[in-house]
Design a protein around this ligand. Sequence first.
Ligand code: 4FV
Length: 253
Amino acid sequence: MTFDIVTIFPAMVEAALAAGVVGRAIEKRLLEVAIHDLRDFTTDRHRSVDDMPYGGGPGMVMKPEPIFKALDAIETQRGAPVTVLLMSPQGTRFTQRDAERLGSRPHVVLVCGRYEGVDERVRSRVDEEVSIGDYVLSGGELPALVVLDAVARFVPGVVGDDQSVAEDSFSRGLLDFPHYTRPAVVGDLRVPDVLLSGNHQEIRRWRKQESLGRTLERRPDLLEHAALDDEERMMLEELQNGRIAEWQRGKTK
Ligand code: 4FV
């Protein structure tokens, strides 16, 4: 899978891609990420990528032509259909489901806005406009890195154990269960006995219960689309029939 990132701050993006799972995947050539400096696609001696807004108003707007030229070059270089994503607060909210869907595309291009945003005509070359949340950032680079990281996890081999991707939060629409590691006791904070029991049947049930309880407590909206199995459906019913209070009490002990 290839990613092409169009930005006026290539060094910022480069640095973020040098670490961790994504950095290793690039080293192992499981992913190819090309970073394009938008100024390389300008024609004036000031390498201008922005200009004043028609109709007046504060701030500057990103010029369309440098972005068009960058997309032309990328499409020519990739020689195959690419999926062009524009990062913007006006986009559809990015989800794990989108990450999984985009993970099967051969070529994804991420266009990073700056200033007040891009000239509206850029949208004529965009397949999807993507928002990572209802807040305004100073640029599209961080959202682009968020999307790249989430999508890259679906590329085989990127995450050591593909199982963990399948079990990732949201993969089945539920919040993750609590994780613990050594030592078993820190001050008066103990690891739940069930996890020390070695009883994998009980551990599996406890983790389901925890996922459901957390989701019901913190993100009940997710339950509408969650893919629950029979056991989880029964557990959820129990939790909804008041056992949630008991479950919550269990937390405070
Ligand atoms: C954003 C978001 C975001 C808006 C103006 C960049 C900024 C500036 N992108 N999800 N939230 N973008 O705030 O994706 O150009």
